[in-house]
Ligand binder design. Structure first.
Ligand SMILES: [Zn+2]
Length: 355
């Protein structure tokens, strides 16, 4: 009897133990599901109130902004080959407070410290800021070499969304072949600088952001509230913002580039194939970059000269950070010229300025 009682006691402990394990597993699965559900509810179609007020306050002093905030957005299907980030659970749990994980936070985060592992060949998407309507500006990082390069898609949405289709293709390519990035190079790809414009139809009306600002006129270099539109392909009455760097998308790119200086940046547009280097007069490094990339891609340089005078341009501002820069125009509004641009980006990763 005593023995039987003892067996029952043991059985009770075993059953109890199993229940504990089941409950723990269920709890874990629930947390994971909750995480995924929160993430799934967030990205592109988020209608969370834009954090315009906070971003406006930061506009006056963009250098104080955090560089990037990591999201827990699951890697897209094409990126599934990558080892899962080995972040500890405690680091992942802030995703349960979704609206707080995007955009500037009171405590600036040093970009390099939020890498999942030092050995990771690539990671993304990382959120470097939010659009006016609260959509994340998503950035991928490939390689971790000393020479850094930045590729930007979709500064103009609408009819230029083929530039975002191109950055999607580039992200897919480099996530499968991260070793295509030279060991001394780091490639950053900002998938879409103007995600609000990207939601609009494939027409000129999607060029600006949600404030009808032409982001390529909004940077604090030669900024002007209005400009001569002759030769500039922008008959649409967009504006340059309330002041230089008034837009959250602009601030996010500036903050990232100030904290992560790159040797060169290219910003994709469509359509008029060719290179439009930074600077007026043309910056010598940007001229050299355009010549070098033209030879290796086949896109013309000099490109068609239309007489357009730039004010507040992204690449014109970028050279103030020490980068070389060029706008690169795809051939039309529909194709991505992927093979041409893969060659272009692979060449970009081997370019260095004359020192
Ligand atoms: Zn454009």
């Amino acid at each position: 009897m005593a023995k039987k009682t003892n067996s029952r006691s043991k059985l009770g402990w075993v059953v109890g133990g199993i229940w504990v394990i089941v409950i723990l597993l269920a709890g874990g699965i629930f947390m994971l599901m909750d995480d995924a559900a929160v993430v799934a509810a967030l990205p592109a179609e988020s209608t969370e109130p834009p954090q315009v007020a906070a971003l406006d306050n930061l506009a006056a002093a963009p250098t104080g902004l955090p560089a990037a905030t990591q999201t827990n957005t699951p890697a897209v299907e094409m990126l599934s080959n990558t080892p899962a980030p080995t972040l500890p659970l405690a680091t992942n749990t802030p995703a349960l407070i979704p609206t707080k994980t995007f955009g500037p936070t009171p405590t600036p985060i040093d970009f390099p410290t939020m890498m999942p592992t030092n050995e990771a060949l690539w990671e993304g998407p990382l959120t470097i800021g939010n659009s006016v309507e609260g959509r994340p500006l998503e950035l991928w990082r490939f390689g971790r070499g000393e020479n850094k390069y930045l590729v930007i898609g979709g500064i103009h949405g609408g009819y230029e969304i083929n530039t975002i289709q191109l950055t999607d293709q580039l992200i897919a390519y480099f996530s499968k072949k991260p070793d295509a990035v030279p060991s001394n190079a780091t490639l950053f790809i900002l998938r879409a600088m103007n995600p609000d414009g990207a939601t609009k139809p494939h027409k000129i009306e999607g060029r600006g952001n949600a404030n009808e600002v032409d982001l390529n006129r909004s940077f604090p270099v030669g900024w002007s509230s209005t400009w001569d539109r002759s030769g500039c392909w922008d008959s649409l009455e967009l504006n340059a913002g309330r002041h230089a760097a008034s837009e959250p998308e602009t601030i996010a790119v500036m903050a990232f580039m100030l904290e992560n200086p790159v040797l060169a940046v290219i910003s994709y547009h469509s359509m008029a194939p060719g290179f439009y280097p930074a600077g007026d007069p043309v910056d010598p490094n940007s001229d050299a970059l355009s010549t070098y990339l033209s030879i290796r891609s086949g896109y013309p340089y000099p490109a068609v000269v239309t007489g357009c005078h730039m004010t507040g341009g992204l690449v014109d501002w970028a050279i103030t950070t020490g980068a070389a820069g060029a706008d690169v125009e795809l051939t039309d509004h529909w194709n991505t010229d992927f093979n041409i641009n893969l060659s272009l980006v692979l060449a970009l990763l081997r370019w260095e300025p004359d020192r």
